[in-house]
Design a protein around this ligand. Structure first.
Ligand code: COS
Length: 380
């Protein structure tokens, strides 16, 4: 398959690669240890245009295609998956969702700040009892005429503490089931909106994950996204694109671990020679390289489908399912190639292995991707 990377694509990929090496590598182990958000680095990413890559230029975005976005995501994720999840959520869930479905007023007020990194956004769908079963929203938004009253709890929200603007999915009319769900823009600091404690996570520990509590929060009607009852479709459409971003993140984590393992195999000696000369290691590298190339094809294909305005539910789900599986397998093998050093933080691969796991869980678990894939192929 010819993906026709243009000079511009290559320039964007190289810029992301250079940025990651120059600005993210230093301190990535400490941020992971201390669960410290990469505040300064994210600010710079905003200035360089990495936080609103696909959004309209009219609202401060880069107006780039999805392929550019996944190329940049891969490079950032090779070094720091905590920074790349901030980038992914802001780009493909928040900015894309607002740019595609927001009103001109909403875009003017919110999107212009989100594309430049002046503000960061969060996407709030998951609840204590509604992660995969996303239609079972317990959070309610009761219509009071010119405003809604929002009540409920959201869980595992990326950028939960650092965001200024939150896209919140809530049930307005329970009788209408998923057709009675709405999406709202909620601002940090509004009365009754509380941010819960930060989660202590296995991986992507530099990212900022919280529960959010809404207690009679008054949301003006002009902050509803789309027509009444559009919220579930909004969430599904937005997540379909988000999954391409997470697939690119998984690809980057795998590629980062593979590059480290390859380099290490050329340096480390055992039985009188560099370990790359042992077939046990060389075959591992061969498998990793093949898996990564296959994942990359699926990720680029999904990005291309989106750019060509073709349906990308299926290709995005396949890309996420496969790339996240590859991320898990490759990072485990990268630790193995490193032997005892792989178990030590200094060598980075143990962090990449911990970071890989979440790509099989968030923005739709691997099991959810299989639901999406099987439904799509069985209706053909
Ligand atoms: N684009 C647009 N609309 C979609 C859609 C998509 N990709 N997927 C589903 N929908 C619509 C359906 O068309 C249906 O609407 P209508 O009845 O008006 O036609 C509605 O959404 C409900 O769809 P469905 O009946 O298929 O819902 P299910 O409860 O069976 O669940 C899955 C569908 C499992 C695919 C969905 O709940 C899902 O994606 N869950 C995972 C959510 C997730 O990613 N959670 C992680 C949180 S974000 S970190």
């Amino acid at each position: 398959m010819d993906f026709n990377l243009t000079e511009e694509h290559i320039m964007i990929r190289d810029a992301a690669r250079d940025f990651a090496k120059a600005e993210l590598l230093d301190g990535v182990i400490e941020r992971d240890n201390e669960q410290r958000f990469p505040t300064e680095q994210i600010k710079k990413m905003g200035e360089l245009g990495f936080l609103g890559m696909m959004a309209s230029t009219e609202y401060g975005g880069g107006g780039m295609d999805t392929l550019s976005y996944v190329l940049a995501m891969e490079e950032i994720s090779k070094i720091d998956a905590s920074a790349s999840v901030v980038m992914s959520v802001n780009n493909s869930l928040v900015c894309w969702g607002l740019d595609t479905y927001g009103s001109p007023e909403q875009k003017e007020k919110y999107l212009t700040k989100l594309t430049t990194g002046e503000s960061i956004g969060a996407f709030c769908l998951s609840e204590p009892e509604a992660g995969s079963d996303a239609t079972s929203q317990k959070t309610t938004a009761i219509d009071k005429g010119d405003h809604y009253i929002l009540n409920g709890t959201k869980n595992w929200i990326t950028n939960g503490g650092t965001s200024d603007f939150y896209l919140v999915i809530a049930q307005t009319d329970r009788e209408k089931k998923h057709r009675g769900i709405n999406a709202f823009i909620v601002e940090k600091g509004w009365e009754g909106f509380e941010i819960g404690p930060k989660e202590d996570k296995l991986g992507i520990r530099g990212s900022d994950t919280h529960s959010l509590i809404f207690n009679d929060v008054k949301v003006p009607k002009e902050n509803r996204i789309g027509e009444d009852g559009f919220g579930f479709k909004f969430a599904m459409k937005t997540l379909a694109g988000g999954r391409i971003g997470i697939a690119a993140q998984a690809l980057g984590i795998a590629a980062g671990a593979y590059e480290l393992a390859k380099k290490y195999s050329k340096e480390r000696k055992a039985f009188g020679t560099e370990i790359m000369n042992h077939q046990a290691i060389a075959f591992k590298l061969a498998d990793m390289h093949t898996q990564i190339e296959a994942a990359r094809m699926l990720v680029y294909k999904a990005a291309r489908d989106k750019d060509n305005h073709e349906n990308y539910d299926l290709s995005g789900a396949m890309a996420k399912l496969y790339a996240s599986q590859v991320a898990m397998e490759v990072t485990v093998e990268a630790v193995q190639v490193h032997g005892g050093n792989g178990f030590v933080k200094e060598y980075h691969v143990e962090r990449l292995m911990r970071d890989a796991k979440i790509t099989q869980i968030y923005e739709g678990t691997s099991e959810i991707q299989k639901i999406v894939i099987s439904r799509a192929i069985l209706k053909e």
